[in-house]
Design a protein. Structure first.
Length: 322
């Protein structure tokens, strides 16, 4: 493990501890068990969306996936509808919902990936256009179909259940995060993804299928966002238009704070996960202190600028060392 990765993780961990300690001092009860459990649930969703953004950004080409919010809404609405029409008494509703959501996400991801790699549409433009298309399609579909998108008892139980005092969805995040870390850090495909993002020309010369790798990255990003949308329905109790919209920019923020390069080819999901915990704790503290929206945006903006500067300094230092 490089010293840069270690220092980034330690810095974020220190920030999490400082926010929690400061929160308990300023707002007694800030770190009680119920509050911590709720914060962990919120961080779970942000961390899962962080996986989507990490994959897209690491694929290179100044990639950002601005369609994750719309895809999460799509997955949540489709998943809730499938569960509610599944045969009663048979334990097939949730698996069918997850499969349906994943397939819908895969379709969006493939279109994103093909538009970016085959037709050379900038990722920012392509994913933003897909977000608009998905949102518009959902508005039309919802007005025509009038399906039941309330969270089923299965989804509510999944989002509310705890395992040894830890929210079950947080356990799912731990499993997913561990798999993503291993995939990016230890697998051959993860190394191809990093090589493609860092230098696609060099990766192509070494035999990597650059287009296929990037399409796969955007497909995986959209599938994870869609599945996260299904889980989100269980937490909020209802699928609705705009369900995932609030996670688009915050998923970019946690990826940047975690050290994922906007230029591609570099990232550490463990740091991204810690960044999700930090942003969640900071948001909760600012809310508890009744800091206004303007104040919160200033604090988040300043934090993002600091970490972007750190990322740029890190890249410059490596370039000089090379």
């Amino acid at each position: 493990m490089s010293a840069t990765l270690t220092s980034r993780r330690m810095l974020l961990l220190v920030l999490v501890v400082l926010v929690m300690v400061g929160g308990q001092w300023a707002v007694p009860g800030f770190t009680n068990a119920d509050q911590l459990g709720n914060q962990l649930k919120i961080a779970t969703f942000l961390g899962l969306f962080g996986i989507s953004q990490t994959l897209a950004m690491m694929a290179g080409g100044q990639g950002l996936d601005l369609s994750v919010g719309a895809v999460a809404t799509l997955g949540g609405i489709i998943g809730a509808a499938v569960i509610n029409v599944a045969p009663a008494g048979l334990p097939v509703g949730l698996p069918l919902a997850l499969v349906a959501a994943a397939l819908c996400g895969a379709l969006v991801g493939v279109v994103n990936g093909c538009g970016i790699t085959v037709f050379k549409v900038p990722p920012l433009v392509m994913t933003l256009a897909m977000a608009s298309l998905v949102d518009g399609g959902l508005i039309v579909w919802s007005s025509l179909m009038h399906v039941n998108t309330a969270a089923s008892t299965t989804l509510v139980a999944l989002a509310g259940r705890s395992v040894a005092g830890v929210p079950s969805i947080a356990v799912l995040w731990l499993v997913a995060g561990t798999a993503v870390w291993w995939f990016l850090d230890r697998s051959a495909w993860g190394r191809r993804l990093m090589a493609t993002g860092a230098n696609p020309t060099a990766a192509l010369l070494t035999g990597a299928r650059v287009r296929a790798v990037r399409i796969a990255a955007y497909t995986a990003s959209a599938m994870i966002a869609a599945l996260t949308g299904v889980l989100l329905v269980g937490y909020v109790g209802q699928a609705f238009l705009g369900l995932g919209s609030g996670y688009v920019l915050t998923s970019v923020v946690v990826a940047v704070l975690g050290g994922v390069s906007l230029g591609g080819g570099r990232g550490d999901y463990i740091a991204v996960a810690i960044a999700a915990l930090f942003i969640t704790a900071l948001t909760s503290l600012l809310t508890a202190l009744q800091i206004g929206e303007a104040g919160r945006q200033c604090i988040f903006g300043a934090t993002l600028i600091v970490f972007l500067t750190m990322n740029g300094w890190s890249v410059g230092r490596r370039a000089m060392a090379a």
